[in-house]
Design a protein around this ligand. Structure first.
Ligand code: ADP
Ligand code: MG
Length: 293
């Protein structure tokens, strides 16, 4: 594109809340064939709330919540905050036992010692890797997931204490933005560390073309690299976890309300954090490219 066209395009972007970091990215955005989205905080609000508590094995619901809030107070995952806030809203104190040896298990959840007993908090995969029997809790978990909620499992010394379901609603314009991209002939994909069933429910709500669930942070980058071999890939994300994938994509697009590292790793920043600005940015770029020739 001519320097003038680039200047006009960049200026038009800025006045519409789309920060374009380089002339290159403005041009590349017009050749995007696939847009890859992160789920939490990108397609969804990123502020999950507890929607149900289902204790197991005779545990009282308040004891499950007390255990969960003690462990989750150490975690920075959005679901952890949902549980801590839920416990507070219900007036349930976290268990008083000391929480020590807190560790994160990538793609699974967290583990800690609570009063010397091993507590696991995570997804079904974490329960399976630790031989925690789910029995009929699995049916409840699938029901939550089919509604788009994330079932979080809690175990103490290898015994299931129950499930807490957390739901993170999709943003008001996610579905419209995705329809718009499809109308422009662009494929859409969502990548998430969340489980397959929850991911499919969100896919349906947002009208996404494809989902890849259960991905570890490092796999996000690999998936973007793989898709990039078939044509231009735009990656939209907000999290620390998304930074490598944003850098790897042909055009990294950060949510303005996202983490600093995501914003630094991206080529475009959506200052309004509105996904409608993804098709808008691509249109802007297409128009800029057309004024070249
Ligand atoms: P994502 O950010 O896409 O959820 P993560 O790799 O951070 O990906 O987490 C994968 C899954 O592990 C989550 O969807 C959740 O089911 C589980 N998990 C992660 N952190 C916690 C936590 N603090 N408590 C319970 N489960 C967790
Ligand atoms: Mg995210």
């Amino acid at each position: 594109a001519t320097p003038t066209a680039i200047m006009v395009g960049t200026g038009r972007g800025a006045s519409n809340g789309i920060l374009i970091k380089s002339a290159d990215s403005l041009e590349t955005a017009g050749r995007i064939k696939t847009v890859v989205f992160d789920k939490t905080g990108t397609i969804t609000q990123g502020k999950p709330g507890v929607v149900d508590v289902a204790p197991a094995n005779g545990v009282a619901a308040s004891d499950l919540v007390a255990l969960a809030s003690a462990v989750e107070s150490k975690s920075e995952h959005p679901v952890a905050q949902a549980i801590v806030e839920y416990a507070e809203s219900q007036g349930i104190q976290p268990v008083q036992d000391t929480v020590s040896d807190f560790t994160q298990v990538p793609g699974e959840g967290v583990r800690a010692l609570v009063g010397g007993r091993t507590c696991l908090a995570g997804n079904a995969r974490m329960m399976a890797s630790n031989q925690v029997a789910l029995d009929n809790a699995e049916d409840a978990a699938e029901r939550y997931a089919d509604e788009g909620a994330t079932p979080l499992f809690f175990a103490l010394d290898g015994k299931l204490q129950g499930i807490i379901a957390a739901a993170d609603a999709i943003k008001p314009t996610s579905a419209r933005a995705i329809r718009e991209l499809h109308a422009m002939g662009i494929d859409t994909v969502m990548l998430t560390g969340d489980n397959e069933r929850t991911a499919h429910a969100i896919q349906k709500q947002a009208g996404l073309g494809k989902v890849i669930a259960g991905v570890l942070p490092q796999d996000k980058e690999r998936e973007v690299a793989r898709l990039s071999q078939e044509g231009g890939v735009g990656m939209v994300g907000d999290g620390i976890n998304d930074a490598p994938a944003l850098a790897r994509a042909d055009v990294g697009i950060a949510i303005g309300a996202g983490t600093d590292i995501a914003i630094e790793s991206a080529d475009l920043v959506l200052m309004r954090s509105d996904l409608m600005d993804v098709p808008a940015a691509i249109q802007l770029s297409r128009r800029t490219l057309r004024t070249i020739k």
